[in-house]
Design a binder for this molecule. Structure first.
Ligand code: NAP
Length: 246
């Protein structure tokens, strides 16, 4: 499906980003894995390389820092010649109710999740315009659509990604570039491991399928959106949530 395509994936060390790297590589793509922690990233990407036989590079970068993102994109283009697929996956939470939220909690979440998506998109788009082809896939959240008490910063960042995605889709549709967002529900990763048993059970009671999703549930949708089969899909939010929001 993605034979010889080049994918640039942020937050590739763990959770959903790691599943995306594995699924896209299995589908034939070469991978530039980006993350903050280079040691963790290297061992995670080595597993992807060993299991898929694709070319994989690792670049340490903070998506919240434009210079660091530009250097990572340059490095990937130096090795692979181009980037066909950008997956904006890196994301963090710093939960608090608005009344108690610290400016730093607000700023960090917006900078990583939303500004990070902007930095990476801006850094890859010129090359995609030149190639008259590109896929930008950003991981939003059901929380960006429904809101969530205690996550105003996170919800705002994810709603921002949706507005950003639709604008990018409109700006570059006539250059062969699509931009879509995936809004996962609750997925089994380190991010949701911190939930108490009580919160987890309450969440599950709101999911018609009665379980959290797996990282592969999201990665499979990324694979489809990145493929030639999805050429006519742009500016969309694909909900992957076991029926939690419909
Ligand atoms: P995760 O397990 O916490 O992994 C997030 C990854 O992003 C980590 O590898 C982390 O690196 C990296 N990262 C964080 N800040 C970064 C930065 N500034 N620059 C580069 N990399 C950075 O999270 P996940 O659950 O897989 O979530 C992945 C994405 O899906 C996020 O955007 C999240 O908001 C979204 N999402 C998750 C869920 C869910 O239920 N899990 C639901 C909806 C949406 P370090 O290891 O160095 O911290």
């Amino acid at each position: 499906m993605l034979k010889d395509k080049v994918a640039f994936i942020t937050g590739a060390s763990r959770g959903i980003g790691n599943a995306i790297a594995t699924v896209l590589a299995k589908s034939g793509a070469d991978i530039a894995g980006i993350d903050l922690n280079i040691d963790e990233l290297k061992s995670a990407m080595k597993r992807v390389e060993d299991t898929t036989g694709r070319r994989v590079i690792t670049v340490q970068a903070d998506v919240g820092d434009s210079g660091s993102v530009e250097r990572a994109v340059e490095e990937a283009i130096k090795v692979f010649g181009r980037i066909d697929i950008l997956v904006n996956n890196a994301g963090i939470t710093r939960d608090n109710i608005v009344l108690r939220m610290k400016d730093d909690e607000w700023d960090r979440v917006i900078r990583t999740n939303l500004t990070g998506t902007y930095h990476c998109t801006k850094a890859v788009i010129r090359g995609m315009i030149k190639n008259r082809r590109g896929r930008i896939i950003s991981i939003a959240s059901v929380v960006g659509v429904m809101g969530n008490a205690g996550q105003a910063n996170y919800a705002a960042s994810k709603a921002g990604i949706i507005g950003f995605t639709k604008s990018v889709a409109r700006e570059y549709a006539n250059r062969g570039i699509t931009a879509n967002a995936i809004a996962p529900g609750f997925i089994e990763t380190d991010m949701t491991k911190v939930l108490t048993e009580e919160v987890r059970n309450t969440l599950i009671s709101q999911i018609p399928m009665g379980r959290l999703g797996s990282p592969e549930d999201i990665a499979n949708v990324v694979e489809f959106l990145a493929s030639d089969e999805a050429t006519y899909i742009t500016g969309q939010v694909i909900h992957v949530n076991g029926g939690m929001y419909m």
